[in-house]
Design a protein around this ligand. Sequence first.
Ligand code: COA
Length: 373
Amino acid sequence: MNQAVISGTGLYTPPYSISNEELIACFNAYVAKFNAENAPAIARGELAALEESSVGFIEKASGIKARYVVEKEGILDIDRMVPSIPERPDDQHSIMCDMAVAASEQALARAGRTAADVDMVLVACSNLQRAYPAIAVEVQEALGIDGYGFDMNVACSSATFGIQTAVAAIQSGQARAVLIVNPEITSGHLNWRDRDSHFIFGDACTAILVERADLATSAHRFEILGTRLKTKFSNNIRNNFGFLNRADESGIGKPDKLFRQQGRKVFKEVCAMAAETIKETIAAAGLAVSQVSRFWLHQANINMNLLTTRMVLGRDAEPHEAPVILDTYANTSSAGSIIAFHKYQDDMQSGANGVICSFGAGYSIGCVVVKRI
Ligand code: COA
């Protein structure tokens, strides 16, 4: 069986950032307008007044201070509160393809590889902008990669599920190198008018090259010591958007066609599942928890990450042990743990072990144990 390594990663960060202050100014202006326009119905008790959001709550409850987005004006327009992303003609690359190419070129360059070295492309993310053809096949064409590609969606865990899929393809000899790309335009599925969740998400794209160990030469190699995936059905994070929506006109445009969650339940249930899976994956790789010096966790909420690492380590993690990027990126879904891995790996010494762990809707948990070569 061939051994697999991660030989390069890439990150595309969109050009616009929205601070909490900008977000709150927009949200509270929308609330004031809604309440003024509906004052008579609110006074009669027929409609509930909307409540304001606050910077203090967001930072305390989540640790998020800002988020990158592919388009800003439409989100901050109180009469719209949706990104404005014009459709493109079929003969132009899609916006997800453009993001994927930018991140992939960086991953290939870091790995010292070209398109000719890659046999398989996986676009693994939470939201795909169309049903078909697969974005992965478009990315394959845009980069000039031979072989095959397909899309996969395991919500926030898509990247780690993609890594295990790539490892299996390398081990079995189906591919010499697999490019996994995670283009996330979460601003498109976020309900910017929902006080409970309007601050949660941001946009980004990551790319990971998984290669056959005996072919890889890059200075950024991580041996993949083990992977573990887990899913357990839950309605606590859900989005009912889909191709059958048109078959019941009464539901079109309703809030359940966007991201929604039972935040408290998710927090409690997912942290426990993630901590358990991390411990199992480390043990299955033949390591003790004390031999792992870095945890690149899913970036949804700082308090979730503090609790998860505490459950794994039996103590609070030092900041360098569990790097945080959600303060400036917010929750970028599948890209989050890979952004942390991409930005916080170069200081690791040869032989140092780390764990990439994602968690999210499904529920889904994905763990990858790696060793710096
Ligand atoms: N601004 C101000 N106050 C707000 C608010 C906002 N935007 N949103 C909620 N509140 C208020 C609520 O009304 C509530 O008030 P009350 O105590 O008077 O009833 C209080 O803050 C607590 O609300 P709650 O929804 O219980 O907040 P929380 O502490 O659970 O934090 C999340 C909310 C979403 C940050 C948190 O539950 C979470 O991170 N959950 C899961 C993580 C996640 O994001 N997962 C995504 C996929 S992994």
